[in-house]
Design a protein around this ligand. Structure first.
Ligand SMILES: Cc1cc2nc3c(=O)[nH]c(=O)nc-3n(C[C@H](O)[C@H](O)[C@H](O)COP(=O)(O)OP(=O)(O)OC[C@H]3O[C@@H](n4cnc5c(N)ncnc54)[C@H](O)[C@@H]3O)c2cc1C
Length: 279
């Protein structure tokens, strides 16, 4: 792949996240075009991607899980207003997209009309896998930075590396990260061989993101008052990497399915527990 075509995902809306089937964005057929109206939010990289993959309702006369379609929208189409959302770190990674009478040719329908939700579910599992495949080596790099810090930093007259609690914690994270790496290798093998992964990707994403939150929270504790100091300050330790990692880790257990939703997948598909009764 040359990497010239980049996409943002236009699924979530201000009132539709986990319950995506309640989305309000509509696409109405008009001659050879679809005309889309709606409002998307949290669209990662929308401001720097060429195309959006927008999911919209094309049919209201069928059950909720039917009647949604996926449309490819060029990011500079008139009527598309892509506005940045500033993140906790101060950076901009996510956007809010207002869609007003946006016209796309019918050829820009991805897959089959009214089957967009089924298509989305088909890609969700591998999306969760690939979206977190980087996590074990990334966490290992952060852990290595903390080990170096403990080996070179004195507190109350002794090296942090001699503190038994610090040593136990660092060793514990090393164990978890190694287990995480193996879990992703196994998940990757199942996907490569075309075998079913009814709950594995959900379980692995959950473990990856919660381990990331725990490691970075411990990192902030270890750095003490230097923890929150951002990159660029002369007081920043580890070039501000821990503060940045800690703040971004918070959204990771929300994006691509919240921890609660992933636990439900593990409970029902992995453990065979009954589904929740919806009130
Ligand atoms: C960093 C980040 C990047 C994102 N990138 C994108 C993107 O590129 N494209 C895109 O379309 N969206 C994106 N999102 C949005 C993301 O998909 C939604 O935030 C997510 O699906 C949750 O929806 P919500 O925020 O509306 O929360 P809600 O669904 O309203 O959930 C609120 C709380 O209720 C809990 N909850 C909801 N339903 C249940 C249930 N059935 N059982 C148990 N608990 C439940 C949730 O776990 C959560 O704690 C991103 C979000 C973040 C944080």
């Amino acid at each position: 792949a040359s990497g010239q075509a980049t996409f943002w995902q236009g699924f979530s809306e201000p009132n539709s996240g986990t319950d995506l089937l309640s989305l309000q964005t509509e696409a109405v057929r008009d001659g050879d075009d679809y005309v889309i109206n709606g409002h998307k939010i949290w669209n990662s990289h929308a401001g720097i991607s060429n195309y959006g993959l927008v999911i919209a309702r094309t049919n209201s006369n069928v059950p909720r899980h039917q009647g949604l379609s996926m449309l490819v929208v060029t990011s500079d189409t008139p009527g598309l207003d892509i506005r940045p959302i500033r993140s906790l770190t101060g950076g901009i990674y996510h956007y809010e997209v207002f869609i007003e009478n946006v016209r796309v040719q019918k050829d820009y329908l991805l897959g089959t009309e009214d089957e967009g939700f089924i298509q989305l579910l088909g890609g969700l599992d591998t999306d969760r896998f690939w979206g977190r495949f980087y996590k074990a080596p990334y966490l290992r790099r952060l852990l290595n930075q903390l080990v170096d810090y403990a080996n070179t930093t004195q507190r109350n007259g002794r090296l942090l590396a001699h503190d038994p609690i610090v040593r136990q914690k660092l060793a514990g994270f090393a164990t978890e990260i190694e287990a995480l790496r193996m879990m992703f290798y196994r998940n990757g093998r199942l996907i490569k061989e075309g075998l079913p992964t009814p709950y594995e990707s959900a379980l692995n994403k959950l473990y990856a993101d919660e381990t990331g939150q725990q490691l970075t929270a411990f990192g902030m504790e270890l750095l003490g008052m230097y923890g929150p100091v951002k990159a660029g300050s002369r007081w920043a330790k580890l070039h501000g990497a821990m503060s940045h990692a800690y703040q971004t880790s918070i959204g990771h257990t929300i994006a691509g399915g919240t921890s609660e939703v992933l636990r439900t997948t593990v409970a029902t598909r992995g453990l065979g527990l009954p589904r929740d009764k919806r009130s």
